[in-house]
Write a protein that binds this ligand. Structure first.
Ligand code: HEC
Length: 120
């Protein structure tokens, strides 16, 4: 009887650990690196929506810098790319947006914009 109880317990423990391994693996699978699909980026198609969603609340018309038109964004392009891509390592100031930065694929949008000559 004793042996049966021990065996049952061992079996239970083994099943529980395999079960949790399964979930660990699943969690790992879902947290593998993001793949960004963009191969190019222009202000109109890629950056304007990002800027409107993440920057214009603080950098709208009447604020400095105003980031709501291509002309304004183009004037500060190096500074914008530095703050967004290099974050707090940017030599001229803090990461933008200040709290959390942008997600990986949106940051890549700025890198591609720079690499492709800051196109409108
Ligand atoms: C919560 C408000 C807030 C948000 C959101 C925000 N910024 Fe800023 N930003 C500031 C403040 C405050 C400053 C001035 C302090 C500084 O230079 O770090 C600033 C400064 C800047 C500057 C430097 C301007 C200069 O030449 O002096 C740039 C460029 C900039 N932000 C770009 C962005 C971009 C791009 C985004 C969105 C990806 C963004 N910011 C989102 C508050 C914000």
């Amino acid at each position: 009887m004793r042996t049966t109880a021990t065996t049952t317990l061992l079996l239970f423990v083994t099943l529980v650990s395999f079960h949790s391994c399964y979930y660990d693996n699943e969690a790992y699978l879902y947290s593998t690196p993001v793949s960004c699909t963009d191969t190019t980026s222009t202000y109109t198609a890629r950056l304007a929506p990002i800027l409107n969603n993440n920057c214009v609340s603080c950098h709208g018309a009447g604020e400095f810098p105003n980031l709501s038109s291509f002309q304004d964004v183009n004037t500060l392009k190096e500074e914008i790319v530095c703050r967004v891509v290099e974050g707090n390592s940017c030599s001229s100031g803090a990461q933008m947006p200040p709290s959390a930065g942008l997600n990986t694929c949106d940051i890549q949008g700025f890198t591609l914009w720079q690499q492709n000559g800051y196109q409108e």
